[in-house]
Design a binder for this molecule. Structure first.
Ligand SMILES: [Zn+2]
Length: 250
């Protein structure tokens, strides 16, 4: 082995060692795939879609958030997968592995469409945790780095639709460890571990969800003059109103 080969070997080793590190320096400056083209991103989405045995959704490359999946409840159009590559990169989703896991999360929502987990008070939160649980399993099966994905997700605050990022990264790490430990080799067998994960956090999740809903009821300001929204005055199909009225007495 000559000196160049040795340095290359050392570089690959360092890259391997930091695969699951979620610190800002490694995330923003190491292992960045600067020149990923739109075609390469589409190839990644196709591969993930194939993994789930899903028909490729309609891909939209403009998005006001990092990425999202929209399923039309009326079924008059198919599902649409949105992502904003520029936003993703600036957040830290800046290489093939991180983008792949992001797409695994979104397409897991499509895979779980119609599934009722019933593991904690908020079914929406449960679906988010299930999608991140699959992210962890997928990374174990494919040998994919989780550091950048975990770094970005961990910073996210809880909302009526998403539990706080810390729980989500815990789901990634839990399923990653379980898949390696128990040799579960497909999604259905790996899901055996999901109830154990959610039940261990169930009380905390339920309390945080109730707190989140109460905060919406009492703290939303409509503008800088701090005028309060009256929940009762919102239209009946408003999701926030539905959540608050359903859980206000918890
Ligand atoms: Zn999600």
């Amino acid at each position: 082995m000559n000196l160049d080969e040795l340095y290359e070997h050392m570089g690959k080793w360092r890259s391997f060692v930091r695969k699951h590190n979620a610190n800002i320096f490694d995330v923003m400056f190491k292992d960045v795939d600067y020149w990923l083209s739109e075609d390469e991103l589409l190839t990644i989405i196709s591969e993930v879609s194939h993994f789930f045995k899903l028909t490729l959704p309609d891909i939209k490359t403009h998005c006001d958030v990092l990425a999202k999946l929209e399923i039309n409840a009326n079924n008059d159009t198919g599902p649409e997968l949105f992502y904003n590559w520029r936003l993703l990169q600036s957040a830290g989703i800046n290489n093939v592995d991180a983008f792949t896991l992001c797409m695994v999360h979104e397409l897991a929502h499509l895979y779980f469409q119609g599934t009722r987990f019933l593991l904690c008070r908020s079914e929406r939160w449960c679906h988010e945790l299930a999608a991140d649980y699959v992210v962890g399993a997928y990374s174990a099966w494919k040998g994919i780095s989780t550091g950048k994905y975990k770094y970005v997700v961990k910073q996210l605050q809880m909302t009526p639709t998403h539990p706080k990022g810390e729980h989500r990264t815990d789901a990634v790490e839990f399923s990653y460890e379980c898949v390696l430990k128990y040799a579960w080799n497909d999604i259905n067998s790996s899901l055996k571990g999901l109830p154990a994960f959610v039940y261990a956090k169930q009380r905390q999740l339920n309390e945080e969800f109730a707190k989140c809903i109460r905060e919406i009821e009492f703290n939303i300001d409509t503008d800088s003059t701090s005028k309060r929204i009256s929940i009762e005055e919102l239209p009946d199909d408003n999701l926030v109103k539905q959540y608050v009225l359903k859980y206000k007495n918890i």
